[in-house]
Design a protein around this ligand. Sequence first.
Ligand code: MG
Length: 335
Amino acid sequence: MDEFTSDIIKSEHGGGGEIMETMIKSLYVKGFSLNKIAGGLGLSDMDDSGSIPFCEGQIVFTTDSHTVTPLFFPGGDIGRLSVSGTINDISVMGAKPLALSSGVILPEGFPTEQFRKVIRSMDETLKEAGVPLITGDTKVAGNDLFINTSGVGYTKNLLSDKGLKEGDLIIVSGTVGDHGAAMLSVREDIPFLSNIKSDVAPLNKMIEKILPHQIHAMKDPTRGGIANALNEFSKKSGVRIDIKEELVPVRDEVSAICDILGLNFMEIACEGKVLVSVSKEDSETVLDIIRKERLGKNAAIIGEVKKGEKVLLETLIGGKRILEPPVADPVPRVC
Ligand code: MG
């Protein structure tokens, strides 16, 4: 493992991808001596949640801090994002989210009306997901609004990033890169691309419907997009994943903004999509279930799990190349 050698923390150390992973592994994970409960997932597993064995199943526990800029963006805002991110991190473990907490840090001088708007948005998203917020904290400090959300869930069948099996097919629940592209369209002020909206949404109700089937792993591709999430799957499960670029759903506007800015749409963040590794025999059934959902109508099978390592991409022109994990998310502060 690479050692973290930087004298100071830079913005790219929070930007997803390999640089952040090195910082987290060598500084953060190694810094906590007690970081796992026997029989559960701990900090060093670096999964979407940790877990605690309880009764015949596992309590799933996760936390996420949200620092997005701007606070209000096409398709969502920091409130919807902070609720959805935590609900999705619990749901991809195969767990039912039970309750959330929120810790809010408000800057001095922040308009009350905007804070009301953020709270309303959190409330609407929680109602959409059917999950209560049962504890919280507020502080006034700093220069920007930050929201941390934590959440607890429960499952009798815990899924993890190590669960992919040779022969599985990979489903993505819809178009990729929408969230990061929406942030870019606002920040770069590209008028003809101003109709791109973030996909930010809680996925628990959709995920609950596919759980009875042979799902082996799930992940929400946020910072670093599907390129990052697929590489985490491959590395942790010790498998190769073959992806066909032509099968990956992407909106024309997202593809266009990536072309203009020289970015790979597979590295751009989603906030309302899930990657599912499912047994071949159940793949069509699971795809049908997802496609019937409002949030999953553009779902597609995009690849297959094979013996080996790395993520192999068959490009649009038929060539093959390794799809590397991004060094850092090309768009900073997206979540
Ligand atoms: Mg996640």
